[in-house]
Design a protein around this ligand. Sequence first.
Ligand SMILES: Cc1ncc(COP(=O)(O)O)c(C=O)c1O
Length: 461
Amino acid sequence: MSPIDVVEPQSSNKSEPLTSQQVVDLTRQHNYGTWRFQKGWNPMHIVDAEGCYIVDGSGKRYLDFSSQLMCSNLGHKNQAVVEAIARQAQQLSYAMPGYATTARAELSQILLEVLPRGINKFFFTTSGTEANEAAFKIARMYTGKSKIIARYRSYHGSTAGSIAATGDPRRWAMEPGGKGPGILFAPEVHCYKCPIKHTYPGCGIACADYIEHMIRNESDVAAVLVEPIVGTNGVIVPPEEYMPKLRRICDEYGVLLIADEVMTGWGRTGEWFAMNHWGVVPDILVTAKGITSAYVPLGLCATSEKIAEFFQDHYFAHGHTYEAHPLTLAPAVATIREMQRLGLVERARELAPYVEGKLRELKAKHASVGDVRGKGLFWAVDLVKDQTTKEPFNTYSDKVSGKPLLVDQIAAKILADGVTIQAWVSHFVIAPPLIVTKEQIDHGISVLDKHLGLADAAVGQ
Ligand SMILES: Cc1ncc(COP(=O)(O)O)c(C=O)c1O
């Protein structure tokens, strides 16, 4: 290939606006669709979003029943956040991380109002994945130890370290190396489908005991990493005793507890952070998504005072060009202020029994609904082929082998009826923006109800 071939433009810039079809075609031809085969990707052209709704290129409105990727907690087009972005862009679009900025100071101040007590030193990233990477490095530097105990049925991000610590099969594509040095997996806490086959409460929280067993039998354990309520993998709420017990175990063996609150933070579960439900303060709290309600990409790795103290005279060997990027921080301040003004944490807590009641009705009505579970405005509807064996309709192996998944077929029908809902392997995640009304909840659940017949018809087959 001659130099001229290499620099020849592959497309000429047209001045006419793109049609919706061109937008979709250019997107799928030149962009990677994530976690999927590229063939068959037909992304919706989204042109607008407001409140709990998104709008496609034809002008059709959809109820956003999973807050996109469980992140648009404040709903779309909140003017205070939009204005904060514009203001910051006008004033100071970028400053390197070595500088102090007003946005950085204001966010630090407001974080101290909402984070668990004692979590008071911050490292900002541009994703949840990177915030976990920071947490792992900090835990390893602080303890001088290397191993991290994560759990199966967990997701912690997509880059080298965080995919290695991911217990769900998204890690498989990176195996064998993807497991990474020093990552160990403990059984998930999942009373509906307990992998240890104990029965809560008779089990005495055997899944936590197992983590203690691992720590005792391994040397060099730096941290235990948990999603306080497992997110994508099925909104799995641990029993009341689990988190306090894990805290005690970590304290006893001098192991750090890292809470990955990327999805569960920011009011989603009816508390600012899900760990608050059990009165447990982690050593490191990782978050992203709802911190800006996804208006701009921001992640946060927040540590305890004792970790902060350690780095006073130990080298902090971590950084990014975009760490504490002012354009990401100013909207976070506006988001948190808006959440406080609108009382959205309380709202998620208050609406929880309403959603739960509706979902329990759904379970009673449909043979395919094995379990409904959640907290706040964060719920899963888990589909099973058989109520006794709890066998799912599909597994992750079906997904990576390209087999059509029943939940995706149902989600497509729900979408055609004007509701977007996240489907994952054999369950749906219901997580509307925290500004959602009871009428919108009724509507979203009634559309789900309408299409669950497809799963009911497949029960026992
Ligand atoms: C619990 C959890 N941790 C980490 C991540 C990764 O965050 P991000 O996609 O912002 O990199 C996610 C994303 O869904 C998540 O749910």
